[in-house]
Write a protein that binds this ligand. Structure first.
Ligand SMILES: Cc1cc2nc3c(=O)[nH]c(=O)nc-3n(C[C@H](O)[C@H](O)[C@H](O)COP(=O)(O)OP(=O)(O)OC[C@H]3O[C@@H](n4cnc5c(N)ncnc54)[C@H](O)[C@@H]3O)c2cc1C
Length: 434
């Protein structure tokens, strides 16, 4: 079948790969000149099947209220005008609140673990099939704590994950230091942690760009530097995707048997134009990538810092730190006081935990570090929409929020299976299926 994939982030490229593997004729459209130049560009690099708890939990509303006026808040709700498009922020927020209870939390965790496990296997298979290298480190993920009260709650979370087959262990400070000796300089502050050996890390951008290359070699067509303008429908089905070349300004209507929308945070506005309403809203996050000066003292295990809620991963000669979420529209600025405060917080944290290990000087003129911001395509449950819409021939693979890299390979495989007429064998609520 002829299939058009809209969007060339990790989700779109993985979708294209798995469709091509199944013999379909695939065309990918993206507004950039290569893959992974938006949210899949510089994320925290974690393949974290085991650390997948959704943001919506019983304490989230109170924490969000408390953090409303803090520039360094891990979760920041920045109210938009409720008129026009701003309304979608409020409807998203209401659905988020409806998920802030233990029943919804556990239900959402179960779905995220199921997709995560399926996706991890799919990722390993893609790596085997393609030989792609992307600074992958299979050394697990450790979550470290600096206060006893927070560490005590970690045991409950580990027990919940164990219920779904995830081996997250609570570890003492001594064991944590054995797992990651780079903590030595910060050891006095650590009270303990949790660890999952099966998780891993690697560069999502490199992986996605390499996979897009492999897609091309398999015959996938790419329309780079093309804006998706809209979808045409007739008789309850999509007939074509309207795109425009940035080079020539020329518009064309691309027809196909199926259309997959994988445009990250921009999926929801496009779908609304054909009467499909999904609660996918941008959740702005930041990262900083620092050159490592002392490789022997830099961490190799991927890390989660509980006190500032950020993640760190080693990517070859660099250390990437990423975190925080701002629910406040499609703003990608890095030069506002708020954005600067958040970036500086990331630099400060690396310097505090691993003093002198990286070049964290805040050079602003092209020097290190590289600050970056991206819009997580967030849903109120953290669960992505993978499946078919109510409009004929229109499929969705979007809304991967904080876990699009973790869930990328599996989401692409799953939708390719669905389009090919098979339902993947996992306990996951596919969109449009009962
Ligand atoms: C700070 C931060 C840290 C993160 N850390 C992790 C992590 O450690 N582990 C993890 O699993 N996940 C992480 N994530 C989440 C992950 O990066 C995202 O979920 C994932 O990148 C989303 O991929 P996507 O393909 O859906 O979207 P994108 O990568 O944004 O791709 C969408 C594509 O659609 C294209 N597009 C959009 N609109 C149009 C249009 N009108 N015309 C043409 N093209 C269009 C864009 O150009 C883009 O290429 C993190 C995210 C952030 C922001």
């Amino acid at each position: 079948m002829k299939i058009i994939v809209l969007g060339a982030g990790i989700i779109g490229i993985s979708t294209a790969w798995h469709l091509a593997q199944r013999g379909h004729e695939v065309t990918v459209v993206d507004r950039h000149g290569e893959a992974a130049l938006e949210t899949s560009f510089a994320n925290a690099a974690q393949i974290s099947v085991s650390y997948c708890e959704p943001w919506a939990n019983r304490d989230a509303p109170w924490k969000a209220l408390k953090w409303m006026f803090s520039k360094e808040a891990p979760l920041l709700f920045r109210p938009q005008s409720p008129l026009g498009a701003g309304w979608h922020q409020y409807s998203w927020g209401l659905e988020f609140l409806a998920n802030c209870n233990d029943t919804a939390f556990e239900r959402n965790v179960q779905q995220l673990v199921a997709l995560g496990s399926y996706s991890h296997e799919a990722l390993k298979q893609v790596v085997l099939d393609t030989g792609i290298t992307y600074n992958r480190l299979e050394k697990g993920i450790a979550h470290y704590y600096v206060d006893q009260k927070s560490l005590d709650t970690a045991a409950d979370a580990a027990a919940l994950m164990a219920k779904y087959g995830v081996n997250r262990r609570v570890v003492s400070k001594a064991e944590l230091l054995k797992i990651e000796p780079a903590f030595q300089q910060f050891a006095d502050h650590i009270v303990g942690g949790t660890f999952t050996a099966s998780d891993e890390s690697g560069d999502a951008r490199v992986f996605t760009q390499e996979l897009s290359q492999r897609c091309q070699e398999r015959g996938v067509q790419f329309l780079w530097n093309h804006d998706v303008l809209g979808l045409d429908q007739a008789g309850g089905s999509i007939t074509s995707a309207r795109v425009r070349s940035q080079a020539t300004g020329q518009e064309q209507a691309l027809s196909a048997d199926h259309f997959v929308v994988a445009m990250g945070s921009y999926t929801a506005p496009l779908l609304r134009t054909v009467g499909v309403s999904l609660p996918i809203y941008p959740g702005k996050g930041y990262s900083a990538t620092f050159k490592i000066l002392k490789p022997e003292l830099a961490p190799k295990v991927s890390l989660l810092d509980d006190s500032v809620k950020c993640a760190m991963s080693r990517l070859g000669d660099n250390l990437r730190i990423a975190g925080t979420i701002e629910v406040g529209g499609y703003d990608l600025s890095l030069d506002t006081p708020l954005a600067r405060a958040r970036c500086e917080m990331l630099a400060r944290r690396v310097e505090t935990v691993f003093p002198g290990v990286c070049d964290t000087r805040l050079a602003k003129d092209g020097g290190e570090p590289h600050f970056w911001t991206g819009l997580r395509p967030a849903t109120p449950t953290n669960i992505p929409y993978i499946g078919k819409s109510k409009v004929g021939k229109l499929w969705v693979n979007a809304g991967h929020g904080t876990l699009g890299w973790t869930h990328g390979a599996g989401s692409g495989k799953a939708i390719a299976e669905l389009i090919s007429g098979h339902k993947p064998a996992m306990q996951f609520g596919f969109y449009g299926y009962r």
